[in-house]
Design a protein around this ligand. Structure first.
Ligand code: NOJ
Length: 580
């Protein structure tokens, strides 16, 4: 490999740096709930900056910040009123710059969110449109259609919102009389969908990308990336065979094909975005939120001239079942491999039930399995995303009082669906502090359960007077991330796409998954989803075990015995040969 300036060899490290995103571990910060600096009970940018050391210490490579832009906060900031300024709730532009600077000092890259599918009703474009009658060009930046039925009193078609209820809301004139026209919102009615065939829309988003890239951000997570283009003529769901069930309240994104998801023209948008990113000398990257139905359709978004990565949501949804997990791993590695892209693993985020509560109804077993799944995930080839609090073992909070709930899903489904607040409860930092150290006072925008002292980060601190629990979830995460860094076989291993493969090993038990990653040193990863111990034959050194003391790995005459609901990382015998 040569440098751009001549034939001087480029150091391998530079080349690997340019491909950092291929095996990075990214820590998702849900800004409202991470750390509050001013005591208003809402997390903010200075709070994050002050606590970034703890995240760097964990051993991750990057942070992803959910939207902190000017917003009425109807959907946790995913309703943006100004893409290029910071909401006063979270701080100032200078605070954002300071955060980026501090992250870089700590060797953390910074990914921020962009929300290109919709604006807030408080965005200047919607405010301008709302002051005019439908038909005025100001409305052309949104999707506006005449209603059906007498006087256009019914929505234009049968599309329903992801958050529940119709996906169209009536446009009313200033005196409140209906105009017979409706605007589209695939999410809340305060989040009107943008019309990407209007040139202003593409220009606004391109300017937003450059604005934050120029301030040093290393990448964007793209909200609803698969939804930006709607089929011409707004065909009904019924016309594409998706007759919404009687009483269906939500258009789940896995109801596809649908005229509002995964339209072919969306790829042109991302090709143009890739050019913007590639204009920068240092690598700038994208990770798309792409809910589509097959690995092949996902892989289309990560062709070499489009996005760098997309989340593998099939993995995030997988139940505790060995064959199902393997099918998803194989399918996604194969499809992404065909286009030379890594597969991006994730088990939790701010939209789903925390995985510490997902794999069983019994909390202890669920946590044990979550530890195992994380261990398995971080052994897979490719980048991985962690969601704040999972490294503390935080469970989902199912019993929030209704009056504290903020998620529009709860309100739009009249409480029938609890929504996502249960995974967004502010983090506990200090066990014996009123808000568990989330902020200086006792306030936190969602109430923290009384039982959360035991999850507080300081209970696993490495400070003097160390109360470090070798069995704790933070200790497991630190260990996994440290080993992943010291063992090039894990993650991607190097930046060559070919190195991103794994070799399955059959252990004669359908409930057990076992694969090898090639080093040196070689590493074997085992996940036991069954009810019995399984023996991995050979001469192994145990490098990480997810089960701790409660479920110990035993050395037997034949090899190592891995308990149920556990995962391990094993290092091959000193000669580097993998036992067969
Ligand atoms: C996906 C985001 O992750 C979610 O939190 C948000 O509500 C929707 N997109 C709408 O922006």
């Amino acid at each position: 490999m040569t440098s751009a300036t001549g034939d001087r060899p480029t150091p391998a490290t530079d080349a690997a740096e340019a491909q950092w995103w291929r095996d990075a571990v990214v820590y998702q910060i849900y800004v409202r709930s991470f750390a509050d600096s001013d005591g208003d009970g809402i997390g903010d940018l200075p709070g994050i900056t002050s606590r970034l050391d703890a995240i760097a210490d964990l051993g991750v490579d990057a942070v992803w910040l959910t939207p902190f832009y000017v917003s009425p906060q109807n959907d946790g900031g995913y309703d943006v009123a100004d893409y290029r300024d910071v909401d006063p709730l979270f701080g100032t532009l200078a605070d954002a710059e300071r955060l980026i600077e501090r992250a870089h000092e700590l060797d953390l890259r910074v990914i921020v969110d962009i929300v290109p599918n919709h604006t807030s009703v408080a965005h200047r474009w919607f405010v301008e449109a709302a002051a005019t009658p439908p038909g005025d060009p100001a409305w052309d930046r949104y999707h506006v259609q005449p209603g059906t039925g007498p006087d256009g009193g019914q929505p234009p078609n049968d599309w329903v919102s992801v958050f529940g209820g119709p996906a169209w809301s009536p446009i009313v004139s200033r005196d409140g009389t209906p105009t017979g026209y409706w605007y589209l919102h695939l999410f809340d009615d305060s989040q009107p969908d943008l019309n990407w065939s209007h040139p202003d829309v593409a220009a606004e988003m391109a300017a937003t990308l450059r604005f934050w890239f120029d301030r040093g951000v290393d990448g964007f997570r793209i909200d609803v990336a698969h939804g930006l283009v709607k089929a011409d003529g707004y065909p009904s769901l019924a016309s594409v065979g998706q007759v919404p069930e009687e009483g269906a309240v939500r258009l789940f994104e896995d109801v596809q094909p649908a005229p509002c998801w995964d339209q072919p023209e969306v790829h042109e948008i991302f090709r143009s975005w890739r050019q913007i990113a590639d204009d920068y000398p240092e690598p700038r990257v994208f990770c798309g939120e792409v809910w589509v139905t097959t690995p092949a359709r996902q892989a289309a978004y990560v062709r070499p001239d489009e996005l760098h990565t997309v989340f593998n949501f099939d993995f995030l949804k997988v139940p505790w079942h060995a064959a199902g997990i393997r099918e998803i791993v194989d399918g996604s590695l194969y499809a992404n491999g065909l286009v030379g892209a890594p597969t991006t693993w994730v088990l939790s985020n701010h939209d789903v039930t925390r995985h510490a509560s997902r794999f069983s109804d019994r909390p202890e077993l669920a946590l044990l399995r979550a530890r195992a799944m994380t261990t398995f995930m971080l052994g897979l080839p490719g980048p991985a995303y962690l969601y704040q609090g999972e490294e503390l073992g935080l469970p989902e909070v199912f019993n929030l009082p209704p009056e504290s709930r903020a998620d529009p899903i709860f309100f739009r489904t009249s409480g029938e669906q609890l929504g996502r607040d249960g995974c967004r409860v502010p983090l506990p930092w200090i066990a014996d502090h009123p808000s568990y150290g989330f902020g200086p006072g006792a306030e936190s925008w969602l109430p923290q359960p009384a039982s959360w002292a035991r999850f507080a980060r300081d209970t696993s601190s490495r400070e003097p007077g160390d109360r470090l629990d070798p069995e704790s979830v933070p200790t497991l995460y630190r260990r996994l991330l440290a080993v992943r860094r010291s063992h090039p076989a894990l993650g991607m291993g190097n930046f060559e796409p070919a190195a991103g493969t794994l070799a399955w090993v059959e252990v004669g038990d359908a409930d057990v998954l076992c694969f090898d990653r090639m080093g040196p040193p070689n590493v074997r990863v085992v996940l036991n989803c069954g009810r019995r111990e399984v023996t991995v034959p050979g001469d192994w050194r145990l490098i990480v075990a997810s089960g701790g003391r409660r479920r110990q790995v035993r050395a037997t005459e034949e090899g190592l015995s891995v308990p149920p609901d556990c995962a391990v990382w094993l290092e091959a015998a000193p000669n580097g040969e993998l036992p067969t």
